[in-house]
Design a binder for this molecule. Structure first.
Ligand code: DAH
Length: 342
């Protein structure tokens, strides 16, 4: 015959099972059902079955508790089963810890990034960034810059005309004249912007591209200042050990004029296909401002001197990033652009 303390212990175990049932998973519920309510050997079944052999007082007390616990357990199991069913049918719960899908937030286009970088280098050298109109007059685009209208650059084949005397600027140099007319020296400016030419697209040409113009005007600016500024720019923009060379050239608005080469970034000067085996890459046209340009813009060429330069940004971006074809910079192909995210 089971003794009271044993009954007590078993009843406590059943009370614990009621508690467990309210949190159990389906497998545990099934296990509790057999262990406690099972018809053959369930704990409660055995207790109830043993009541007959107990003294009447104990029988009443234990029987009452056992029946109460049985109802409580059955109810707890039923409720939990219902809750589990509802949970299974409910839409999948959100997992707040799951990492979100990456959203591409866009990036600065490599040409704009290089423009900013170049202007930033010149800012540290004291140059202010200014911009100007893309629709220009013949006067600013050519005449004031000492380019006669019979010059090949002014030829209809190179220039997009918008109307008589009005065109899409073929270079950023007209801003030299606009700034000199408006401000007295000292002047130090860089002018980034789009320019247009009647060229067909090919690996190194585009009918629209970006240039950066530079102009420094002051008393006593010499050819040495000019060379030093360009050399400093190349070393700050490319690297400290990049060599620079100046080749004599001709532009109507500078005298003397030069084309500036930087040591090839691909082969470091030993010769490769990018630099056509020369070890050098042309990066800009430049020179000392022609006195005629000063006169055209109301600046006294006896008192002031200066230097100017102009560079193609796509070309420099291509060199910097090893991009072989300028058209890649205009196609907006995500496979290229997404490589420039921060
Ligand atoms: N404007 C010239 C071009 O588009 C580039 C250039 C050459 C600009 C020499 C200058 C310069 O300021 O001094 O081809």
């Amino acid at each position: 015959m089971p003794q009271t303390p044993a009954h007590q212990e078993q009843l406590d175990a059943v009370a614990h099972a009621v508690d467990r049932a309210s949190r159990a998973d389906a497998a545990t519920l099934a296990q509790l059902k057999t262990e406690i309510l099972g018809r053959k050997a369930g704990t409660l079944t055995l207790i109830l079955r043993s009541l007959a052999g107990l003294p009447s007082e104990e029988r009443r007390a234990i029987g009452a508790r056992a029946n109460q616990l049985k109802r409580a357990l059955e109810e707890a199991i039923a409720q939990r089963e219902l809750a589990l069913q509802q949970e299974a049918r409910a839409p999948k719960a959100l997992d707040w810890t799951m990492p979100s899908r990456p959203v591409w937030r866009g990036a600065v286009h490599p040409v704009n990034a290089v423009t900013d970088e170049i202007c930033e280098v010149f800012r540290t050298l004291g140059f202010t960034r200014v911009t100007g109109p893309e629709a220009e007059t013949e006067d600013y685009n050519f005449t004031k810059l000492n380019i006669g209208l019979d010059h090949p650059a002014a030829d209809e084949h190179d220039t997009f005309y918008l109307g008589p005397g009005v065109l899409l600027r073929t270079h950023t140099s007209p801003m030299q004249a606009r700034v000199m007319e408006q401000y007295q020296p000292p002047i130090r400016i860089v002018v980034p912007g789009r320019v247009y030419r009647r060229d067909a697209f090919d690996p190194s040409h585009s009918p629209v591209f970006e240039q950066i113009e530079g102009l420094a005007v002051d008393e006593g600016i010499s050819f040495v200042d000019f060379k030093a500024a360009i050399d400093t720019f190349v070393k700050l923009f490319f690297s400290r050990d990049t060599a620079v060379r100046f080749r004599p050239s001709f532009f109507p608005f500078t005298e003397p004029s030069a084309e500036v080469d930087a040591q090839c970034q691909m082969c470091r000067g030993s010769g490769c296909s990018t630099c056509k085996q020369t070890g050098w890459l042309e990066i800009m046209g430049a020179g000392m401002v022609h006195p005629a340009v000063f006169e055209n813009c109301g600046i006294d060429p006896e008192r002031y001197t200066g230097y100017a330069f102009g560079m193609g940004v796509e070309r420099i971006a291509m060199l910097r990033h090893g991009i072989p074809d300028i058209r890649l910079l205009w196609e907006n192909d995500m496979r290229l652009l997404s490589q420039f995210s921060e």
